[in-house]
Design a protein around this ligand. Structure first.
Ligand code: GDP
Ligand code: IMO
Ligand code: MG
Length: 431
């Protein structure tokens, strides 16, 4: 086998980081192909907790090469911050490659997003400048790529073209009565980024060649999706999505590795659903401080890794995940955080939606339609036991096994791993 992809099938935070970490051992490359430091992947090794936002989870395994592909947007101060935090934790990262084609996030992207996120039309973004940076990439006239940071004269000229225009945009987007509109100085931004460039230049490469050389040498590649498939720019719950292709379709464009090399696609799902930010969520449990939603949030520690925002929580939605399983091409699924559901007498699984008097089992194309969908539930018996020490299928109570089997049946995919806690050891192989 040459290439595997780990992809989230919900709205992100499915515990992709844990699965990537489990698989990384057997690979030579771990590659991020989309997003930026809007992602937050937590990995637990015994008493050590690592939180990675921009770096691929593979950096924790220093035998392999970690790659930030061209489809990623790079915020250099965050890259350096994460590298320094790892160094302080005793992880020395030397095998990192950052695509020279990847686009760079500048402070004016963050300021632009702060403006557009104020008021009615907000998406509930992570506020990291991701959307504006991808807009500049696609718009072409305002985008700057990592490779350009290594050419001081060229970078200064580009920033002198771009920054005055950005200042006008930021002014125009600000509320009319705003008194503290951020404005940027091209030379100051350039000097700051040249400082970052000095520190990251050793990592900058044409990563498409690097990966193809690896494939030619029969090296094994693991692709790590950021975000979840329902946040994919094309197939997610638009406009409440992120600005990149989180589905595996992003791999080809986001790394230069053609789809023909992918032979294993692992869809990661939580045993329930979470979502951060705005947008429709049919199975949301908005049932107050004493409700099941709050209970799951507390036990599952459902607070965003990047922003600390409480994650919205709901029952497992098989209509949504069957849709993303289909689009992702997943061959198998892993069911995560099953332990969090212990102690609930009944569990609900959404198997269809009712909308305008009709029952449907397909996912609607538009967020405004999804907003009106009422979930149709199947109820299953819960279990009382704590699952966190279970290590084999036989350790799981029969109700938990039935619940996982039903998810597998609804998605039409085998379950390869059930996770019952954050630690690597808390993973149950299912076949
Ligand atoms: P990612 O963005 O998909 O990598 O997921 P996050 O790291 O943002 O969120 C998943 C969270 O659940 C992390 O804090 C993990 O440490 C934690 N986690 C992973 N697997 C399990 C599990 O099986 N049970 C519990 N209770 N927590 C888990
Ligand atoms: P990981 O990789 C969960 C959400 C934001 C917001 C929307 C757009 O940890 O699963 P953006 O800043 O990307 O423009 O925000 O996408 N979002 C995530 N939600 N997990 C993530 O990443 C996310 N990355 C972005 O909350 O709703
Ligand atoms: Mg996350």
């Amino acid at each position: 086998m040459s290439a595997t992809c780990v992809v989230g099938l919900q709205w992100g935070d499915e515990a992709k980081g844990k699965i990537v970490d489990l698989l990384a051992e057997d690979h030579d490359f771990v590659v991020r192909y989309n997003g930026g430091n809007n992602a937050g992947h937590t990995v637990v090794h015994g008493d050590k907790v690592f939180k990675l936002s921009l770096l691929p989870t593979g950096v924790l395994k220093t035998h392999l090469t970690s790659v930030i592909g061209n489809g990623v947007v790079v915020y250099p101060p965050q890259l350096l911050k994460e590298l320094a935090a790892l160094e302080a934790a005793g992880v020395h990262v030397s095998n990192l490659a950052v695509s020279d084609h990847a686009h760079v996030i500048f402070p004016y992207h963050i300021a632009e997003e702060t403006s557009t996120e104020q008021g009615n039309g907000s998406i509930g973004t992570t506020g990291r400048g991701i959307g504006p940076c991808y807009q500049d990439k696609v718009g072409r006239t305002g985008g700057i790529r990592v490779g350009e940071l290594l050419h001081p004269k060229h970078l200064r000229e580009r920033l002198h073209q771009i920054v005055p225009r950005k200042n006008r945009v930021i002014k125009a987007l600000a509320p009319v009565d705003a008194t503290d509109v951020k404005q940027f100085d091209a030379d100051a931004v350039c000097d700051e980024y040249l400082g970052y460039a000095e520190k990251i230049k050793k990592f900058v490469k044409d990563t498409a060649y690097l990966l193809h050389d690896g494939l030619a040498a029969k090296k094994k590649i693991l692709f790590e999706a950021a975000q979840g498939s329902l946040l994919d720019i094309d197939h997610g719950t638009y406009p409440y999505v992120t600005s990149s292709h989180s589905l595996p379709s992003g791999i080809w464009s986001g790394t230069g590795v053609p789809a023909k090399h992918l032979d294993r696609i692992i869809g990661v799902v939580k045993a329930y659903t979470t979502r951060v930010g705005r947008g429709p969520f049919p199975t949301e449990l908005a049932d107050g401080p004493e409700g099941i939603g709050e209970r799951i949030r507390k036990i599952g520690r459902e607070y965003g890794t990047v922003t600390g925002r409480p994650r919205r929580v709901g029952w497992f939605d098989s209509v949504a995940t069957r849709y993303t399983a289909m689009l992702s091409g997943a061959n198998e699924i892993t069911v995560m955080l099953l332990d969090v559901l212990s102690g609930l007498s009944e569990l609900k699984l959404c198997v269809a939606y009712d909308v305008d008097g009709e029952r449907r089992t397909t996912f609607p194309s538009d967020s405004f339609q999804l907003e009106r969908c009422q979930p149709v539930y199947e109820t299953m018996e819960g279990w009382a036991q704590d699952l966190t020490s279970c290590r084999t299928v036989d350790d799981l109570p029969i109700q938990a096994r039935r619940y996982v089997a039903r998810i597998s049946e609804l998605l039409g995919l085998p379950v390869s791993i059930v996770s019952v806690g954050p630690d690597r050891a808390q993973s149950i192989p299912m076949r």
